[in-house]
Write a protein that binds this ligand. Structure first.
Ligand code: SF4
Ligand code: SF4
Length: 707
């Protein structure tokens, strides 16, 4: 209370702006400030001109959503602080810098109008006391952030980069903080203000410097350090657009655009292709403006690289590398492109010079692009919402259109085109999986309540057929009135689209939507997360709007309703062991992309017999690790040493599990291979198979145990 009484409205509690700074120095400072701001503005203009080379396609967020994003992600640093050490170090640096910057602006706002209207003055009294204390605290945060990030940089693997420019920026920011305190301490010593303790760090430093110096010496030292501090500050302002610091501006702007929706893709229309003559991204100017802006938002933190399964398995892909390499290319050829004539919408009309570095091969190799599983780990983990996976798929589209895909993946595409499934097997065989089970088609049961989308893997792969059979047994036991499309079902085209073959995908999607709409399908269940994603995020772009659930969700619901008669004891088929220790591998397209993590665990908790335990892997739920099959990688041949599934199988087996539960046919195939390769006897079973083991014996299943 005494403090408030002493400070409130006390006009003597203030400081003289530019105290001890002679008029010529002030004029020179302002001249240099104008120069620094001009360099900053020119840098911003140059970067914006490079972003403008891209294609239109920036989708603004509504004002409300942009403001929420700004508060949560910029001010709150919500995604940044997900990493404890690096995140909070960045948080301190960001807030320290931001508060000091705002403090400097407030000082100017107090000073400039007073030059014309001397009565203008608000930096005094209680406000001034709080202002000084806040700025002194912000200085501590800035210096602490710099030191912590320097420590991290020093101890991090060299593969993540030891760029001298980053060291220079950290040193400059830290020195700014320190020199600010020295200026403050010297000013306190010569000006002897009221309540010097409100500048508590400067005051402590002043005590260290001591009072035995002459005023003249203190004033000279103050002027010299002030100039050093001012020049450093102006240099930081001027280099802002040319250094990593620029991610703060580009990242902030990125918040104003719609963030990438995991698992969703931008459609390519035939009209667009006819107009532009282009498919996908073949040149730097084929990226959207939003994508080019994102390049500048990259803070090179390396989180995407650490999360990337392709990188972990020794493939040449690193999402951070892709973003940085493309950014370098933009900086190299962009300025020349920006000087060339533009199309009517402002996008670059001309192609880069054939003599200059090219996007494909010179900058990003095909091997790099094909390594991506589209698991979305990089997108999910990026603190500034950069979408390297989207950029990769756009570049793949170009490669496919140029006929640069060969071997088994190209064969799978041809099969999808000719036979409506990647196995290339006839549609007539699509119902063989259901032999001996009473599975009605939509024609046979037009009053079905839910459509079971079987998917190509369960239709044609012998192992995955058992998953479909187990799921059907469960639905029948629960009395679910379901039906299937039977031979009328086609591949969803998920892997075609993510391999970059948009047109085969579109033809499959359109035909499927036509079939689904013809049968007036409203609700769909599927055991395949890739089909789930296509049905929920791809098909609506082609007029298919359905309520879609994953089989884990339906099973969890049936369990909650008590509709499943689980009177079995959890024992497996004769000759097979009983699950005692189970671990769940979350599929990327279920857990991360579609945020379905609890239902499979609910199912497992009922599926396991008494005494069995569920052991979790460290990477689970939304931070799960890929099996290696997504994005069309299922159809690529791979050296055993580079199999992502092997890494995941090691993680699963390290839990000591005797059963690896999966909830995706692709994961089933990959994990089965990798567990076998590890010479483990652990079983890989779908959650539906585990739950079905608790059903009373099914005669049909006994007759067809290997179906
Ligand atoms: S989507 Fe997955 S595999 Fe592809 S770059 Fe990102 S993290 Fe790597
Ligand atoms: S893309 Fe995102 S996660 Fe990757 S290095 Fe850049 S900022 Fe970090």
């Amino acid at each position: 209370m005494d403090f408030i009484r002493e400070t409130l409205g006390n006009t003597k509690l203030t400081r003289e702006t530019f105290g001890n700074i002679p008029k010529p120095s002030q004029v020179l400072f302002y001249a240099l400030a104008v120069l620094a701001c001009s360099i900053l503005a020119y840098g911003l203009f140059c970067r914006a001109r490079l972003w403008w080379l891209g294609q239109p396609g920036w989708r603004w967020r509504s004002l409300g959503r942009a403001a929420t994003g700004f508060f949560r992600e910029v001010l709150g640093q919500r995604r940044v602080v997900r990493r404890l050490f690096a995140g909070w170090s960045h948080f301190f640096l960001f807030w320290g810098f931001a508060i000091l910057f705002i403090g400097t602006l407030l000082l100017m706002a107090d000073h400039w109008p007073a030059e014309i209207w001397p009565a203008w003055h608000f930096q005094y009294g209680l406000y001034y006391a709080v202002y000084k204390m806040t700025l002194d605290t912000a200085g501590i945060a800035l210096i602490a952030g710099c030191l912590l990030l320097a420590y991290r940089r020093w101890t991090r693997p060299s593969s993540l980069g030891h760029n001298w420019r980053d060291w220079a920026i950290l040193a400059a920011l830290g020195t700014m903080g320190l020199s600010g305190y020295v200026v403050e301490a010297l000013r306190l010593l010569w000006s002897r203000p009221l309540l010097p303790g409100v500048s508590y760090v400067g005051y402590a430093l002043a005590q260290l410097i001591g009072h035995g110096h002459s005023d003249a010496a203190l004033r000279t030292a103050h002027l010299c350090v002030w100039w050093g501090h001012a020049l450093l500050g102006l240099t930081i302002v001027a280099v802002f657009p040319y250094a990593r610091l620029f991610h703060a501006i580009a990242g902030m702007l990125n918040i104003t655009g719609e963030p990438a929706q995991l698992g969703a893709m931008r459609p390519v229309s035939l009209e667009e292709v006819e107009q532009t003559g282009k498919v996908g991204v073949g040149n730097i100017s084929d990226f959207t403006r939003g994508a080019l802006l994102q390049l500048d938002g990259c803070m090179e933190c390396g989180r995407c690289q650490e999360a990337c399964p392709a990188y972990a398995s020794g493939k040449p892909l690193t999402p951070r590398g892709v973003v940085q390499d493309v950014k370098r290319l933009l900086g190299t050829i962009g300025p020349a492109l920006a000087r060339q004539p533009r199309s009517a919408d402002g996008a670059a009309a001309a192609e880069p010079s054939p003599a200059g570095p090219q996007l494909h091969e010179d900058t990003v190799t095909a091997e790099t692009l094909w390594a991506c599983t589209t698991c979305s780990a990089c997108v999910e983990v990026c603190p500034v919402r950069i979408d390297p996976a989207g950029m990769i798929i756009d570049m793949r589209r170009y490669l496919v259109a140029e006929g640069q895909l060969s071997g088994p993946p190209a064969t799978s595409l041809r099969r999808m085109e000719n036979s409506n499934n990647p196995w290339g097997l006839p549609s007539e065989q699509r119902m063989e999986w259901a032999d001996g089970l009473d599975v009605p088609t939509v024609k046979q049961r037009p009053d079905f309540e839910i459509l079971y989308w079987v998917g190509c893997a369960a239709a044609y792969d012998r192992r995955v057929r058992r998953v479909a059979r187990a799921f059907v047994r469960l639905m029948q036991a629960a009395g679910v009135r379901f039906a299937v499309l039977g031979t009328e079902e086609r591949c969803t085209g998920d892997s075609a689209r993510r391999m970059g073959e948009e047109f085969i995908f579109q033809s499959l999607a359109t035909a499927n939507v036509e079939t689904l709409n013809r049968y007036k399908v409203r609700k769909i269940v599927t055991h395949c997360p890739h089909c789930f994603n296509a049905l929920t995020k791809d098909f609506p772009q082609f007029g298919g709007h359905y309520e879609v659930v994953h089989h884990s969700q339906l099973l969890a619901e049936l369990l909650r309703q008590g509709r499943l008669p689980l009177d079995g004891d959890g024992a497996s088929r004769p000759g097979q062991p009983r699950a005692k220790r189970i671990t769940l591998h979350d599929p990327c397209y279920l857990a991360r992309v579609n945020e379905i993590t609890a239902p499979p665990r609910e199912v497992l908790s009922q599926a396991v017999s008494d005494g069995a335990t569920l052991v979790e892997m460290a990477r689970r739920g939304r931070t799960t690790f890929c099996c290696g099959a997504g994005g069309g990688r299922m159809w690529f041949e791979e050296a055993p040493s580079q199999r992502i599934g092997n890494l995941r199988a090691q993680e699963a087996l390290a839990t000591g599990a005797d059963t690896v539960a999966v909830a995706c046919p692709f994961c089933m195939v990959m994990m089965t291979d990798s567990v076998a390769q590890a010479n483990s006897e652990a079983r890989v079973l779908d959650i539906a198979e585990l739950l079905a083991e608790r059903l009373p014996d099914s005669p049909a299943e006994k007759q067809n145990p290997q179906t």
